[in-house]
Structure formats: C-alpha cells, structure tokens
Design a protein around this ligand. Structure first.
Ligand code: NAI
Length: 335
C-alpha cells in the first residue's frame, strides 16, 4: 500500500512548467544555485551554461529524481544560444567574485563585458525571459543589461531584476540576532542598491524599532551593508558569498516563477528600472515589488522612513546615480 506522501502528485501543469537557464552555472554560486533550482518543481527544463564544467554539473544534477531535465552547455557548438533558447527565466551569476580588500565596483572592468555579451545572447534567444542579474557590481551590471536589451529592441522593465535578496536574508538574520527572535519569521525591507552604503535596511518598519539602542542600531546597519565583507575575509582570497547567495538566488527565482504562474501576493525586494525616483534622475532603485504573470506587477513605495533612513536613502541615491551612469556609459563606449 502507498502512503499518502508516496502518491502525492508532483507533476507540473502547463501553467507551471518553466525553462530556467543559469549562465555561469559551474561557479561558486552557480553550482549550489543550480542544485536548489533542480529542487523547484516549477522548473521542468534546467539549462546550465558555463565556459567550463557545465556538462559535468548538469550530469551530476540530472540524477536527482525531480521533474526537470537538466542540460549542460559550454561555448562550443553554439552552446550559449542553445542554453538560452526560449527560456522563461535566466539567472546570471557569471563573472569574477571579490577578493579581500576589493569593493564590488572593483569587479566592474571584468564583469561589465561578460554581462554585456551574455545579455546580447539573451536578447537574441530569450527576448521574453525574466532576467535575474547576480554578477557584481549589480548597481551597474543591471543598467548594462538594460542598455543591451534596449539596443536590440527587447527591453521590458517588468522583466529585468538585480538580485538583492541576499541583503534581505542578511538583514533578517542579523536583526534576529540583535532582538533574539526566529530569523525565519523576520522580513526586513531593504531598499536602494546592492553595495555598501547603497544598501538601506528599513528597520523603523519592523516591530523592534524602539527596542534597539542607538549603538546596536548603528552596528546592525553597518553589518547589513558590509556583511559580504565578513565572508570575503573568512574565505581569505577564495571568493565571496556563494552558498547564502545561492539560497538568495533560488528564493528570488522561485518568487519570479510563482508570479509567472499567477500566484497571488508574491512580494520581494529587487533592484529594477524603477519609477520611484526617476524625476530625480535615479533610473534604478531597489524596493519591494509584487511579482505577477508579466514580471513586475506593482512597485511599492518606500513607506514611512525615520530621519536616519531618509539620510541613508539620500546618500544611496548619490552613489547609485554614479553607478548607473557608469554602466550606461560603458555600453555606449563599448557596444
Ligand atoms: P566564481 O568565479 O566561483 O564563478 C563564476 C563562474 O562564471 C565561473 O564558473 C566562470 O567560469 C563563469 N564565467 C565567467 N565568464 C563567463 C562567461 N562569459 N560565460 C559564462 N560563464 C562565465 O564566482 P562566484 O562566487 O560564483 O560569483 C559570481 C558573481 O556573483 C561575482 O560577480 C560575484 O561578485 C557575484 N555575487 C553577487 C552577489 C549578489 O548578492 N548579487 C553575492 C555574491 C556574489
């Protein structure tokens, strides 16, 4: 006799069967991210692309008995185009990570051209895909992708995302350590961008605002903004966050897929081409958005901020403006 669990039907309906492609799938983030995507039942076709090892990673994951088929591609035989062909969701963690002493901006020179070239292929082979950018510096790589997609006539602001979910995860975890709660129950809104002072956690919107001393608050904000450095330092030259980032990327991709599948009230913070501060010349900004069948369904306002948060947002905007211009100018100079 079968137990109830054994006969539960996990097969996907047409409305929740998606092709998901990971570019940079054999890297520190790419491998665990691909594993977590293999466990997502909405993913029926998982395509893994990397300059190296993608076929090995795909063969390994393909033995896991979930309902997706896994294919690995390298640059040979038009592998990038094949990996991307008609994908619904594309995640891009391709590029180099930080070493101790580096900022995310130091990665610009290498990662800008990698992301630009991958975006060209996305435009040609998966023009309708939701595109999730993980490669740093996210504040600039997302504008780069927008410029490429625009130049190919396929840019859709509802479907381009900078993945800032790791900032949300860190904020939830670090806040829970300060106020001694279950981190899984916390949901801090983090807005702005994805590097140092552009990361703005809105602690005043949590129930603990008045329970945290000024000293602890300042330390908490700093830890959320620069938490990535803890990992870079601890890995001592071997890279930056990969496992927590994989979890963050899989969560965000899962939410995008839930939105595409028509599930209700799917909300995540993410860095997008945003209407919020366009009138001030800030074309991209991270805030909460509701995700739906077309991608971004609604961009949420920041809500009520404390004076301190107003100041943090103002500082973030100044830096973001420069980071965005750097990405846009790069594509203009190096189309
Ligand atoms: P990694 O070096 O371990 O892996 C990168 C992978 O990209 C490698 O397998 C490499 O072969 C591949 N790659 C390089 N050029 C490529 C190309 N043109 N086409 C396809 N694949 C290519 O690096 P890791 O640790 O996985 O980090 C990847 C990126 O993610 C870095 O830029 C890092 O800064 C960023 N990152 C972003 C975070 C976020 O919160 N958004 C958090 C942590 C890292």
């Amino acid at each position: 006799m079968f137990s109830k669990i054994a006969i539960r039907n996990f097969s996907s309906t047409a409305a929740s069967a998606y092709k998901v492609t990971v570019l940079g799938a054999a890297g520190g983030i790419g491998q665990p991210l691909s594993l977590l995507l293999k466990l997502n039942h909405k993913v029926t076709d998982l395509s893994l692309y990397d300059l190296r090892l993608a076929k090995g990673v795909a063969a390994d994951l393909s033995h896991i008995p979930t309902n997706s088929t896994v294919h690995g591609f390298t640059a040979e035989d038009d592998g990038l185009a094949k990996a991307l062909k008609d994908a619904d969701v594309v995640l891009i963690p391709a590029g180099v990570p930080r070493k101790p002493g580096m900022t995310r901006d130091d990665l610009f020179n290498t990662n800008a051209s990698i992301v630009r070239d991958l975006a060209k292929s996305v435009a040609e082979n998966a023009p309708k895909a939701a595109v999730l950018i993980i490669s740093n510096p996210v504040n600039s790589t997302v504008p780069i992708v927008r410029e490429v997609l625009k130049s190919k006539g396929v840019f859709n602001p509802k479907k381009l995302f900078g993945v800032t979910t790791l900032d949300t995860l860190r904020a939830n975890r670090f806040l829970s350590e300060v106020v001694d709660t279950d981190p899984a129950e916390e949901s801090v809104t983090v807005v702005g961008g994805h590097s140092g002072i552009t990361i703005v956690p809105l602690i005043s919107q949590t129930p603990y605002n008045t329970r945290i001393s000024k000293e602890k608050y300042d330390a908490l904000i700093h830890r959320i903004q620069f938490g990535g450095d803890e990992v870079v330092k601890a890995k001592d030259g071997a890279g930056s966050a990969t496992l927590s980032m994989a979890q963050a990327g899989a969560r965000f991709a899962g939410s995008v897929l839930s939105g595409l599948a028509g599930e209700q009230d799917v909300v995540e913070a993410t860095y997008i081409d945003s209407p919020l501060f366009k009138d001030q010349g800030i074309e991209f900004f991270a805030s909460k958005v509701t995700l739906g069948p077309e991608g971004v369904k609604e961009v949420h306002e920041l809500g009520l901020l404390s004076d301190g948060e107003e100041a943090l947002v103002a500082t973030a905007k100044e830096t973001l403006k420069k980071n965005i211009a750097k990405g846009v100018d790069f594509v203009k100079a190096n189309p």
